[in-house]
Design a protein around this ligand. Structure first.
Ligand SMILES: [Zn+2]
Length: 309
């Protein structure tokens, strides 16, 4: 008689908390045998309900004990308290003791649940199993509603005192538009997907829906016209932000994730022009602009990597 199932090695679990859904998955400690699922989140649900649902899915996927769990979260983390202090787009998440709540539903101590910023776990995911495999120094930018940043230095995630890598809030214009962070003229006010749509509308281009950026990028590829001018200008502003990173850290590999990264090819001429104008030295020629390869799975995969320690 065949046994019902072989005993399984302990699995790692990752959770990526996003605005409209949680992305969850489990994998082996070498990143193989990945299983993932998406848990949609309704605006009226409590954090308790959401994390109970997440724990149920992880338990089903793992079919056995979990060696550790990592969670990627948008906003400013308080790692010691195991929660997010500020999350402008996800107010339900603020001050929720995530490690305690999720741990309780999984039967794990809060210490077994590791939290990290969402862009940071995406960078870890790409470093572990994606387009950044084997890299030593890189910055991952997620181009979406805002611009998230995950910095890898010397082959490891670099958080500084805790909040490093926030490229989206590097100032590129003293008199620029106000930003959700309380400052103004931040990079994400010029080069996020939301900012690109706002700029397109200002130029009389159709960009009411998020998907319209895809069409604008297609037109920019196809012909020299207003779409190409716009996306090159957006790329140029992005490049000004990257130039600050090159100057400060000499990081020369930039990885782009998030929905708007699909337009990287038409943003690239602007980015390169800005790098030439705003960085000194011949190193600009060796700057690499690469698309992330794990898509929306990068976050949970990186979170699972975090759980590995
Ligand atoms: Zn800002």
């Amino acid at each position: 008689v065949a046994r019902r199932s072989e005993p399984r090695a302990e699995r790692l679990a990752g959770v990526d908390v996003g605005g409209s859904a949680l992305k969850l998955g489990v994998c082996a400690s070498d990143g193989s045998a990945r299983l993932e699922e998406t848990l949609p989140v309704r605006a009226d649900e409590s954090a308790e309900t959401i994390f109970a649902g997440a724990a149920r899915i992880l338990t089903e996927l793992a079919e056995g004990p979990l060696a550790g769990v990592g969670v990627g979260l948008p906003g400013l983390l308080d790692r010691a308290a195991g929660c997010v202090r500020q999350s402008p787009n996800l107010p339900w998440l603020e001050d929720v003791p995530v490690a305690t709540v999720l741990g309780r539903h999984l039967g794990l101590a809060p210490a077994a649940i590791r939290l990290e910023n969402d862009a940071n776990v995406a960078a870890l995911g790409e470093l572990w199993l994606g387009a950044a495999k084997g890299e030593r120094e890189l910055l991952l930018l997620t181009l979406g509603t805002g611009i998230g940043g995950g910095l890898i230095l010397n082959g490891k995630l670099y958080v500084g005192e805790g909040l490093a890598g926030e490229i989206g809030h590097v100032n590129i214009a003293a008199d620029g538009p106000p930003c959700g962070c309380g400052s103004r003229g931040c990079l994400e006010q010029f080069a996020s997907a939301s900012a690109a749509r706002r700029r397109a509308l200002e130029h009389g281009l159709p960009a009411e829906a998020p998907g319209d950026l895809v069409r604008l990028a297609e037109l920019a590829r196809a012909r020299a016209g207003a779409e190409r001018v716009l996306l090159e200008a957006v790329g140029y502003d992005l490049g000004r932000g990257l130039a600050a990173v090159v100057s400060l850290l000499d990081v020369r590999t930039f990885l782009f994730g998030g929905g708007f990264s699909a337009a990287l090819d038409v943003l690239t001429p602007g980015i390169r022009r800005a790098l030439v104008e705003w960085c000194y030295g011949e190193r600009v020629a060796s700057v690499r602009l690469i698309r992330a390869s794990l898509g929306s799975s990068a976050g949970w995969i990186g979170a699972a990597r975090l759980a590995l320690g």
